[in-house]
Design a protein around this ligand. Sequence first.
Ligand code: DHE
Length: 495
Amino acid sequence: MKRLIAAIALTASAWAGAQTTPPATLADTEVVFQQHCAACHGADRLGGMGPALLPESLERLKPDALRDVLRNGRAATQMPGFADQLPAATLDQLATWLRTAPAVVPHWQAADIRASRVVHHAPGSLPDRPVFQADAGNLFLVVESGSHHLSVLDGDKLVPIHRFQTRFALHGGPKFSRDGRYVFVASRDGWISKFDLWNLKLVAEIRVGLNTRNVAVSDDGKWVMAGNTLPQTMVLLHADDLSLERVYPVTGANAKASRVSAVYDAAPRASFIAALRDIPEVWEIPYATLEPRAIKLDDVLDDFFFDQPYRHILGASRSGGGQVIDIDAGRKVADLALSGMPHLGSGITWQRNGRDVMASPNLKQGALSVIDMGTWKTVATIATNGPGFFIRSHEATPYAWTDAMMSPRRDTLQIIDKQTLAVVGSVTPSPGRTAAHVEFTRDGRYALVSLMEQDGAIVVYDAATFREVKRLPMDRPVGKYNVFNKTTRSSGTSH
Ligand code: DHE
């Protein structure tokens, strides 16, 4: 690091004072970074007070959006705009440089993970009862990605009762302990945070990687498993204080390393299951042994869905097609006739004509596939307004709600009768503005929809009449999660 800083200092003096003209070389751009960005984002770009600035952490930001942040800053954060200090061309070069991988591949090993841990409240130090009047078993959490907050709603009154600041860019579902007291979230840049919802406190945090996919919590409440894409590892933590137990290098039988697509808790099997992005294997890690068992596949899985007993995995690769894997037998038992890019991870199940069916949206086609969970045949393909991300329902409603957020009709959710499979209604919370991701109240009476905009809202609909009941202003609310539905593993939502 000393050598890097010395080299930068030399280049800096060679380029001293020339900041009214754009830097000529990549090394000059690095000088701009070290002078203006490193104090918050780290000289090594791994993050500090601000998030990591590596190509992996920026891949979700569109080029125009990154240039806009560099010029104008980011509202409601410490990030200032640099339009007054640096020429536009310099900022454009900085944006390009930030998307270039560092010369030395950054590492994040067990010692880095251990050193990053912060315990705000030690296990057992907070009272064992909620500090609020609302039913703690019926809270909602809303991930507000606009200003990186987590809002807590009273699930009966549907009013906010608390708001936590979070790490930068949470993604994926928060994962609850079985009693609903604790919730674990992962940020894209590797931070796992544990909140105590009864005390409304952040209790511990640890950085498990530089780019993280998601997190899972064991049903026995002992373990937290995180899946990374950078480095290519899985990280096992003690759930009580987030201390590190083990780092698993993700390397397949062919000695090839792999990014993790996602890791889930398979409660009925008392194990974690991980899909790997670069090698054709699925790993099962039983709580009892904590030793991975690799199931070999014909194709990699980018996305997958479990049946309710967790006997089968329905998996798909981004290139299309799908397969059913019997987890005990450790082999494929059927192919799935799916086209486009099915989003199985977002699927749900219900009973229709006495049989279990599952439905999943499609990221590339305006079509919902409905699959019989006994024969694995597609029983229907429901035409929708366009490609979408999510479908959600609840045991107490006859309807499933789905979006078309990848299409021009991204402002509208369609409502499908789970028996006739006909589209029976639609809602458009705000014409022209993206609406997606539904979660029902514990009793299934109300459907909460995200108006996923900077000045967005959670829009509450009566689930029977499809009439709007109220809206709660939020800053780009992405997902919302009901403690009861999640901890009871409702078949109408993700687990
Ligand atoms: Fe997600 C969950 C992967 C883009 C919003 N998304 C997940 C999960 C995975 C995943 C593996 C399950 C994690 C879990 O719950 O433990 N998502 C991916 C992608 O590969 C993809 C296509 C590209 C990427 O960014 O990595 C992607 N996801 C998006 C978005 O663009 C969304 C719509 C908005 C955003 O801000 O990222 C988005 N993803 C979500 C949400 C969930 C999610 C809201 C949780 C759904 C739930 O109800 O559990």
